[in-house]
Structure formats: C-alpha cells, structure tokens
Write a protein that binds this ligand. Structure first.
Ligand code: ZN
Length: 389
C-alpha cells in the first residue's frame, strides 16, 4: 500500500523546522519525503498538528549500567565515579537486562531509535542483542569493551574476548555483528589496542579526554595516573613514549574505517585540528549531561561547532545521566545555549545516519503532537511513529 502523510512541521537536512512536510509511505516504510506540494494522485492523510522529527541516534551509551541509575553521587570526576562503581553490588544479570530494556524503551518513547551500546559482559551483550533484534523500529550497534591497563587484567580481557568470538554455541551467529573496542587510552593497555587493531577494522568507540588529566598520563602524573596507581592498574608502557595523544591513537587505529571519539571535553582547537589531519575518519560524540554530572565544564563548544569532523550525540549511561534519550540530551544543551539548535538536530539525525550508514528507508519519523518549533514545547511529549498512526 502506498500513501502520503502530510504534517504541520518537519525537520530538514540542515536541522531547521520547515512547514508542510510530506512523507511517501510504501509497505510501512517512508521511501521519500519533502516539503510543500507532495506528488499528485496519491491518497493523502494528515498526521495532525505538531513537529515531525526523524528518529534520533544515541551514539554512546552503556545500558549495562542501568542498575546504577540514581545510585552514584556526581561531581567527583571520572575517577570518583569509577571508584564508586567498584563498590556497588551487582544484581542478577536478568534484573540488569530488564532495567536496560526499560531505559531503551523510555528513550524510544522520546524518539531515539538507534543505540551504540557498550558492554563489558559477554552474557549481557548477547541478551541485549536478542532483545534489539526482536524489537521493531529499534536498531543497535553493540560493542564489547576491553578494560585493563596492566597485566594480567588486560590479558584476561583479551582471552575473554577470544572465547566469546570463537564460541559457536547456539547464538554463535549473533556475535558476528558485535565489535570489540577499547575503553580509553588510560583504561586499555597497548596490548589491548594491538589486539583490537587486528580484530576490528570497521568501527571502534573510545572514551577520549573526558577528564583534563587524561593527557598527563603520558607524563606519569595527574589524577588519572594516581587513580590507576591506587587500584593497582598502572603500568609503564613503552608505547607511551610517543607522548602525543592523537599520534598514539593513530598508531593503532589509522586503518579503522570509523572512530567514535567520545566526550573530548578537554580537546582544544589544536588537538581537534590534528585529529582532522591524522585521524580524519573520526566523529566527535558529545555526552553533555554526563560531563556535567561528573563535574566537568566543557569550554570547547565553539571549536566543536566549527570543527569539520562530524558531530554526534550520545548520553553515556543512566548512571551518569537521567535517561538515555537523545531528544532530552539535545534539549538540555539548547537550554544552556551552547550551540546553534540546527547543529544539534543535524548531529542527532542526519550526521548520525551518514556516519552509521543508516539507510533513509530505515529511519522512522515521529510526531510530537501539538508541539511547535519553540522546542521547549517538546518536554515530556511522547513520540508517535507516523506510519503507525
Ligand atoms: Zn561511556
């Protein structure tokens, strides 16, 4: 069945709201859309008043931390957060999965339909993969994260990954689409970097410069260095002689097709420019509310807005963020007036589709009833898939 849905307001590719959007639907998929006069001679319906927004992409979350929602006190930086997490009891995996699904469902009610999700636990990741695969209109890209900066912790993680990817019991096929990824420069040893380099040439996700002291690890000082030392995870690595953050990453990941550089709260103009030259396949993933929660003040908004690297939006986990809805993430940034609104809409939608190769026919569009281009009207409104109307 082919028909046209017309609406009051739609979002264009530049991230601006324009009146009179139309959507050509065939077999429950939107195969074409535009503004103004729709193609003639096709049955037309009207969706109702409000904004119609394409599905949003969460480029960084850890649903496996959903059980820590409202459990961690903020303001203590990434090290305070990590030591706090280590003290928390972990519930049964089935409970964690239920809480994770709940977070995803709540974000979906607000128009997020794609999740780049990171997990440390092979069992969790398989359970979530099954859930994502069976959930209509939600897509996922899942990563198995390898955390461990010194022997034997890093070696154990690699062995775990090896047996995970080599196992072909029942769900063996499911593992094909799961990507192995490092945690960060300070959380994953050079051996882990080398392992991932040999294993994954497609896409990696790495926490980068979330904390101002991360870069000082190369000089064996600062809070990151102290923290690793205090938990027995510090090791002097020869590879650190490079002493340059971007070149260190380039050494391992120059041939990886896509690099999600998550946070970059303390990346200055010079570092962003160098990244554009040395790792031009990178995208920057902003997780603003989580940075705020940890107590970091980002000062590079201007550089990010003008950087020619694609900008994407993530939330990080429900432990550091009230929810994993990308709409609520961008509304929080709009409220603070840190970036032009259209840049944020583009980042959460079109930049993300391009970066993750999401085909236009796979993108759901959502009506937020009775809202207007004054985006404060979007607070607390549920998303309605216009094809399901
Ligand atoms: Zn994260």
């Amino acid at each position: 069945m082919t028909y046209i849905i017309r609406g009051q307001w739609g979002l264009n590719r530049e991230g601006f709201f324009r009146s009179d959007p139309w959507f050509l639907v065939s077999d429950f998929k939107i195969i074409e859309h535009g503004f103004g006069k729709p193609p003639a001679g096709i049955k037309t319906t009207f969706a109702g008043d409000g904004l119609i927004i394409p599905g949003l992409v969460n480029s960084h979350t850890h649903t496996e931390l959903s059980h820590l929602k409202n459990k961690i006190i903020g303001g203590n930086g990434v090290h305070g957060f990590a030591s706090n997490i280590m003290k928390q009891p972990k519930p049964q995996i089935s409970e964690v999965v239920e809480m994770a699904k709940n977070e995803v469902e709540n974000a979906a009610l607000r128009g997020t339909f794609y999740f780049a999700d990171i997990s440390n636990d092979p069992e969790f990741i398989v359970l979530m993969k099954n859930y994502f695969n069976n959930r209509v209109n939600i897509q996922s890209l899942q990563f198995l994260e390898l955390l461990g900066f010194r022997e034997p912790f890093d070696q154990r993680r690699m062995q775990m990954a090896e047996s995970f990817f080599n196992s072909h019991v029942l769900d063996g096929d499911i593992r094909r689409d799961i990507r192995v990824t490092p945690h960060s420069v300070y959380g994953s040893s050079p051996d882990i970097m080398k392992y991932i380099q040999g294993k994954n040439k497609k896409i990696i996700s790495i926490h980068a410069l979330e904390d101002p002291d991360e870069i000082n690890l190369f000089n064996k000082k600062g809070k990151t260095f102290d923290f690793l030392n205090s938990i027995g995870q510090y090791a002097q690595h020869d590879d650190f002689n490079e002493k340059n953050y971007v070149l260190y990453l380039k050494k391992y990941f120059r041939d990886v097709e896509k690099l999600l550089m998550v946070h970059l709260a303390f990346a200055d103009d010079g570092l962003l420019k160098q990244m554009k030259i040395d790792l031009p396949q990178s995208a920057i993933v902003l997780c603003h509310r989580s940075n705020d929660f940890l107590g970091y003040e980002r000062s590079n908004w201007q550089s990010l807005t003008t950087s020619s690297l694609p900008l994407l939006i993530g939330t990080d986990s429900a432990a550091t963020c009230p929810d994993i809805s990308v709409l609520d993430e961008i509304l929080s940034i709009i409220k603070k007036d840190k970036m032009p609104e259209n840049v944020l809409w583009k980042s959460a939608a079109y930049n993300s589709y391009d970066y993750f190769n999401i085909a236009s026919g796979e993108i759901p569009w959502f009506l937020f009833r009775d809202t207007t281009p004054d985006v404060s009207t979007l607070e607390n409104v549920h998303a309605i898939d216009i094809v399901q109307l």
